[in-house]
Design a protein around this ligand. Structure first.
Ligand code: ZN
Ligand code: ZN
Length: 396
């Protein structure tokens, strides 16, 4: 034992588990990741990296300059937890009421620290630089956008970036790769139908926004089926409708809120245009006014195919081609998309499902947990990608 690189990484497992569990027990919501950031920066400083703190409020960036010239590769983890009450009865369960690492960002942070620990003693073998990006607020706070605005991809300029998300749909020991589009743009619509309230017995004296909302909802669900090429992807889900106060009152207004998802900028604009046209049109046909807001969220995450193939080839050398799967995109969202708008890279999935251990629950669920074998596994995948991208030749 202890000779090959994967063995060296596997020897870190106890330490990785301890780091992951420490973070897991102390979850922090978006832009509050103070303690997590402190743990991260203390580790990076101990490993001898150049450390930049307080980036995008609570983000941390580490840099290891190689002994020799070369390209700069960045890897990224997210650090935020969710407002979920943990239901798992485990010794490392969340100690903070109502907050939980239910999306595996604790594992992402631990994995990247493992990569830092690995390379910290190998600076002499390094041509080029490695940058570690630990960002806040992936869960809806666009921390990744803020990080790019605070120039984490500069000084030195990043040539390529890689990120991963643990993935409970894929068994431990496997990785999933999106060749191009990986995740969707996540936009929000807020539609307000404004009519004229009155007594339910005298509808002719009112303008009923509830009836109009009924028609509008049905119409909206024809947008994807009748306007989008069946070979493209789009989804519109209406999640909230509010209006009215009592059984015999026609209200003044109804508000409908929903999510709109797409994988390309063209479809995104097409959905926006059609939604506005139908909302205004239906409102007009009932003699109502309509306020339409299209609130842009994360853009679609689009990988660089060349970088995706680099991930496949680098990781496949370690785990075998049979454990590398090219998978279809998901209509979820991910703010890693902001980095990929600036530099080529690839975002991939680390299998963390283990039915024998009961690790089968989906993200954001109060029972979510992961097989901790994913920690050294994730470190190895990133080490292999870095090795391949910088052509270091460590992994034979
Ligand atoms: Zn999440
Ligand atoms: Zn996540």
């Amino acid at each position: 034992m202890g000779n090959t690189v994967p063995e060296k990484i596997f020897e870190m497992k106890d330490w990785l588990v301890e780091v992951r569990r420490t973070i897991h027990m102390h979850p922090e919501l978006m832009y509050e990741e103070e303690k997590t950031a402190q743990l991260v920066s203390e580790c990076l400083e101990k490993f001898g990296l150049e450390v930049r703190k307080g980036v995008a409020k609570t983000g941390v960036v580490g840099l290891l300059r190689g002994a020799r010239e070369g390209k700069t590769i960045a890897i990224r983890a997210d650090m935020d937890a969710l407002p979920v009450e943990e239901a798992n009865q485990v010794p490392y369960a969340s100690k903070i009421k109502g907050k939980m690492h239910a999306c595996g960002h604790d594992a992402h942070t631990a994995i990247l620290l493992g990569v830092a620990k690995f390379f910290s003693s190998r600076r002499d073998q390094l041509h080029g630089n490695i940058k570690w990006i630990f960002q806040p607020a992936e869960e809806g706070g666009a921390g990744g956008k803020l990080m790019t605005e605070e120039e984490v991809l500069e000084n030195p300029t990043v040539d390529a970036i890689f990120g991963a998300h643990v993935f409970p749909d894929l068994s431990i020991g496997k990785i999933g790769i999106h060749e191009r589009e990986g995740l969707a743009a996540t936009d929000r619509i807020i539609i307000k139908l404004i009519g004229k309230g009155g007594h339910g017995a005298y509808p002719h004296l009112s303008r009923d926004p509830i009836l109009a909302a009924g028609h509008l909802i049905t119409q909206i669900h024809s947008i994807v089926s009748r306007n989008i090429n069946p070979l493209d992807s789009a989804v519109i889900s209406l999640g909230k409708i509010s209006g009215g106060t009592a059984f015999n009152i026609i209200p003044d207004a109804v508000e409908i809120i929903g999510t709109v998802r797409s994988l390309t900028p063209q479809i995104r604009e097409q959905l926006k245009e059609k939604l506005e046209q139908i909302s205004q049109g239906v409102a007009r046909s009932f003699g109502l006014d309509c306020q339409f807001v299209f609130d842009y969220g994360y853009p679609a995450l689009v990988n660089d195919p060349q970088m995706s193939h680099l991930v496949a080839s680098a990781c496949g050398k370690g785990i075998g081609k049979e454990n590398v799967e090219f998978i279809r995109p998901s209509m979820g969202g991910e703010d890693f998309a902001y980095y990929l708008e600036k530099v080529p890279g690839s975002f991939f999935r680390l299998g963390c499902r283990n039915e024998k251990k009961g690790m089968i629950h989906p993200f954001h669920n109060s029972h979510f947990d992961l097989d901790e074998d994913v920690l050294p596994f994730g470190v190895e995948m990133f080490v292999r990608i870095i090795d391949e991208f910088l052509a270091l030749g460590m992994m034979k």
